[in-house]
Design a binder for this molecule. Structure first.
Ligand SMILES: [Zn+2]
Ligand SMILES: [Zn+2]
Length: 256
């Protein structure tokens, strides 16, 4: 499978750097994971947005989903879509609050909110930790350690597997999910050892520990906030993990 980074700025977009968004492509199927601020612009730069076959969200914080409203405008009002968005409603796999969350974000007032459920162009599926097949991908997940309904994913295709941490504090469940994965796409939000809240994010060192304990051949570090030193996150991770560790960047592609 091919991973393309649409955006990787953690918690908020950075200078010319969209928030979280990732494309996974295999067997001609295009799965978009997260759609944070700025990622719809990047998506249009690299692919036809109507070619996306499914959307998957780890959770509903703005930095992971705030371009959804803009995608709705595109799907409803583009005069010449390459695929009819009404005849081919986009499957959306997300926490249970997604339909109301996205309708509220889209509708500018209560009157429109009452008339809006977005089902004209989307087909919502409530996520849980069951194994789910999305096109050619198999997706396993665990609950993330984060202040809202939130998941970490293990996405498998053709014997290769990618584990995406989403936003999470460290946990045994995450290590179990990641065991034996080929590639870890891990968030790193802050320096290790600071006085940070529990069950919120990973440090650079903790991202490295996920990859090290999993025995992964590659660690991709993402979700570094604009106020955090990205090189320090990489250095922390490299302090604990062998193999290849890199900071992802917008537009980069990785074969998994
Ligand atoms: Zn985030
Ligand atoms: Zn979050």
């Amino acid at each position: 499978m091919l991973l393309t980074i649409l955006g990787c700025s953690g918690s908020a977009p950075g200078p010319r750097s969209p928030s979280s968004g990732y494309l996974l492509e295999a067997d001609g199927f295009l799965l978009c994971v997260e759609l944070g601020a700025g990622t719809l612009a990047e998506l249009q730069a690299v692919r036809d947005p109507f070619a996306v076959d499914a959307l998957l969200f780890s959770h509903l914080h703005p930095d992971h989903c705030s371009d959804f409203s803009s995608l709705t405008v595109l799907r409803r009002y583009h005069p010449a879509p390459s695929r009819d968005p009404h005849a081919h409603r986009l499957p959306v796999f997300a926490p249970k609050e997604a339909p109301s969350r996205f309708a509220n974000a889209y509708a500018p007032d209560e009157a429109e909110r009452l008339a809006t459920d977005l089902s004209d162009v989307y087909d919502f599926h409530t996520w849980n930790t069951d194994t789910v097949h999305i096109g050619p991908f198999t997706v396993d997940s665990v609950q993330a350690k984060h202040p809202c309904e939130s998941y970490s994913f293990r996405i498998t295709h053709g014997g290769a597997s990618l584990v995406y941490t989403g936003d999470t504090g460290p946990s045994d469940e995450l290590h179990t999910l990641a065991a034996g994965a080929d590639v870890i796409l891990a968030e790193a939000s802050w320096a290790h050892g600071g006085n940070w809240p529990a069950d919120l994010h990973l440090s650079g060192r903790e991202a490295g520990e996920v990859a090290q304990r999993a025995g992964a051949r590659r660690l991709l570090i993402t979700h570094v906030p604009p106020w955090t030193d990205a090189q320090a996150m990489l250095d922390e991770a490299r302090g604990v993990v062998g193999g290849e560790s890199v900071l992802v960047r917008q537009g980069a592609e990785y074969s998994i």
